[in-house]
Unconditional design. Structure first.
Length: 359
């Protein structure tokens, strides 16, 4: 049985709010021109935020974002999290830091794992250290379900990113910077998502290409990913890990749901086979993490194990209840059928202009 029912996938709950928390604050976003970063920037502009530092390595995307948003509260910083000096400059003066910069494509990280190490591990350490040196109050690091029982280089590097964040919290308990982690599954219609590919294939009359029909994936909207990160920002203790409960569906169901919304109820499907480093099912929380998690409604909170290396000072008899827990996976969470998946997709702004008129 799944570990607690996820929230209704057709509803996006309002973000938890701490009145005045962002008023006049300076917020830095690494990977600020990516799907999450640009969504977070637009959200922050709707608040009374003082300034936003958008940090990324793509000057073209920065120029596009500058023209599209045209807001004097945003300052753009060109650089790379691999480079400490440029990271330090971008985070200087930031009250809050959202760390979204990463190499996220599983196949490319499989072929170039050393690049994943440099960006996802070394780069994340640079962000945390620079944020702390600059006096940031909070750093929220974005992770992925692929970091749990990782079988690919991207997941392994993200797992070590999580360990890097937790080590900072464990080793510097007096720091004024709270470092926490959010972990989530596939973000729908984000850059690299399979959904835009399905849309393109349907619109061009080509077969839908899927890897493995029975493969399952958690689904989350960009809005929900922002909610999760903001929840961590408001509620985190040093080293906390937060996960949002989420529904899942098979890759075949997702493909058929997209095609149906675009007017093709019986699409041709071509099976390619799994890509390098892909799992059949993803895991958001291991059973060990579930054993010490706190159910906070729409979210799970997993507190930091803050013990020192002097294990002789501690005695753990073992939690028999924890041993009965199971992993929280895309196989045992709420599984959506085509109609339920379509209801979720219809809430995405990207589908508003794509929907086939009815009636």
């Amino acid at each position: 049985m799944p570990p607690g029912p996820p929230p209704d996938p057709t509803l996006v709950p309002p973000s938890p709010d701490v009145p005045g928390a962002l008023d006049g604050a300076t917020v830095a976003i690494t990977g600020g021109t990516g799907s999450f970063g640009s969504t977070m920037a637009r959200y922050l502009l709707s608040r009374d935020v003082g300034r936003i530092h958008v940090f990324s390595r793509d000057e073209s995307k920065q120029d596009d974002m500058r023209k599209k948003l045209a807001d004097p509260r945003i300052r753009y910083f060109l650089g790379d999290v691999r480079d400490y000096e440029s990271t330090r400059d971008a985070l200087a003066g930031a009250d809050y830091v959202f760390h979204a910069a990463a190499l996220k494509q599983v196949p490319s990280c499989e072929f170039f794992p050393q690049q994943a190490v440099k960006t996802n591990i070394v780069g994340s350490n640079n962000v945390i250290e620079a944020a702390a040196a600059g006096g940031a109050r909070s750093v929220v690091c974005l992770s992925t379900d692929k970091a749990v029982y990782p079988v690919n280089a991207m997941g392994m590097s993200k797992a070590l990113m999580e360990k890097t964040a937790q080590a900072f919290a464990r080793n510097r308990p007096q720091s004024g910077t709270t470092v926490s982690i959010t972990r989530y599954g596939n973000v729908m219609y984000s850059r690299g998502s399979v959904i835009p590919l399905f849309v393109e294939q349907v619109q061009s009359g080509r077969p839908l290409t899927i890897t493995e029909p029975r493969m399952t994936r958690f689904l989350m909207s960009l809005t929900e990913s922002v909610d999760l990160v903001e929840y961590a920002f408001h509620h985190a203790e040093p080293g906390d890990l937060f996960v949002r409960k989420a529904p899942a569906c098979t890759v075949e169901v997702l493909a058929r749901a997209v095609a149906g919304l675009l007017g093709d109820d019986d699409p041709e499907i071509r099976i390619l086979g799994p890509r390098h480093g892909e799992k059949r099912h993803e895991t958001l929380l291991s059973r060990e993490e579930m054993g010490k998690s706190e159910d906070q409604g729409s979210y799970f909170r997993i507190p930091l194990d803050a013990r020192s290396l002097e294990y002789e000072l501690y005695f753990d008899e073992g939690d028999r209840e924890a041993s009965r827990n199971v992993d929280y996976t895309s196989e045992n969470t709420q599984r959506m059928d085509v109609a339920e998946t379509q209801a979720l997709l219809q809430r995405l702004p990207e589908f508003e202009r794509l929907m086939v008129p009815t009636g």
